[in-house]
Design a protein around this ligand. Structure first.
Ligand code: HEC
Length: 125
């Protein structure tokens, strides 16, 4: 009996842990506000600033905007910007892609999720 109870408890704990991991849901409205941290270097439309434009970046290959001069590191990263890959890059760009010229990072997980949700809401190119 006690055994069964322990089993149920541990299953419940695993389920709760799963819920916690999935509970970081990005808020695109907040993400748009947070994007002011990025907009000095990134437009969302076509224009190149010191960084490439980011509309359509979710699901795009890294280093793919024509006419933008990327670092060789990002060009050769072989990464596709899934939400996970973006999260990782924003958390620590130079760790995620050694030699990338972007050094700005976003430390809060919720902020990253919100920014990614905003970028996603912009749709493709
Ligand atoms: C100080 C300037 C600067 C800021 C601020 C900045 N970036 Fe960047 N970002 C860059 C540069 C420069 C690159 C190109 C890096 C390279 O070529 O290695 C880049 C590249 C990127 C890429 C890869 C794009 C691609 O086409 O592969 C993403 C995604 C990105 N930045 C997202 C962001 C987000 C989101 C923010 C705000 C939280 C942000 N950046 C803030 C300068 C910046």
């Amino acid at each position: 009996m006690l055994h069964a109870l322990r089993l149920i408890l541990s299953i419940a704990t695993i389920c709760l842990a799963g819920l916690a991991a999935a509970s970081i849901v990005g808020n695109p409205v907040r993400g748009q506000q947070l994007f002011s941290r990025c907009s000095g270097c990134h437009s969302v439309q076509g224009e190149n600033k010191s960084g490439p434009p980011l509309k359509g970046v979710v699901g795009r290959e890294a280093g793919a905007v024509e006419g933008y001069r990327y670092s060789p590191a990002l060009m050769n990263a072989g990464t596709t910007w899934s939400e996970d890959a973006l999260d990782n890059y924003l958390a620590g760009p130079t760790k995620a892609v050694r030699g990338t010229r972007m050094t700005f990072s976003v430390s809060r997980e919720q902020d990253r999720a919100d920014i990614i949700a905003y970028l996603k809401s912009l749709g493709g190119q």
